[in-house]
Design a protein around this ligand. Structure first.
Ligand SMILES: [Zn+2]
Length: 160
């Protein structure tokens, strides 16, 4: 059985800035009001016959959202970004563009990109780890990271 959580209605949201290095339109720093839709599939169990408690899932997703919210999302594993220094400031360049952003305004992510595609995979891995630690028996999980209403990317993890 599946449980489905709609990010707009359940308030699983964050607002962040990012850029897609070297992309014609998305290469400049810009922002999105993201929302995150979640589907978790598993066997019903426990005292209440839940797949997983909605409250638990929403809490964990909100923790991930909070980490990203109101930050510039910087992909640490980007092939295009050359990091110069990470201390009080995060200093990096993308070709001939130089950046110096206060560390507290950045969220460095171990990803090759901060596209919706990469973020959806990131959310799945983080949520899967968190729920597994709490003993949830998950068969599959899908998370869609939407860059505002009308466009998003969904990543599905199926547990064998
Ligand atoms: Zn964007």
């Amino acid at each position: 059985m599946k449980i489905v959580i709609n990010g707009i209605h359940a308030n699983l949201r964050f607002a962040s800035a990012h850029m897609i290095p070297c992309h014609e339109f998305c290469g400049g720093i810009h922002g999105h009001s993201y929302h995150v839709d979640v589907t978790v599939e598993g066997e019903r169990g426990g005292e209440f016959g839940f797949v997983v408690d909605f409250k638990t899932v929403k809490g964990r997703v909100r923790e991930i959202c909070k980490k990203l919210d109101h930050k510039l999302l910087v992909p640490e594993n980007s092939k295009e970004i050359e990091f110069k220094n990470i201390d009080k400031y995060v200093e990096f360049s993308i070709k001939d563009k130089e950046y110096k952003i206060p560390r507290e305004d950045c969220c460095l992510l171990p990803l090759p990109s901060t596209s919706a595609e990469a973020l959806s995979e990131y959310f799945v891995e983080k949520l899967f780890q968190a729920l597994s630690r709490e003993g949830a028996d998950i068969q599959a999980m899908e998370i869609c990271v939407n860059e505002g209403i009308g466009q998003g990317a969904c990543f599905e993890k199926i547990v064998k």
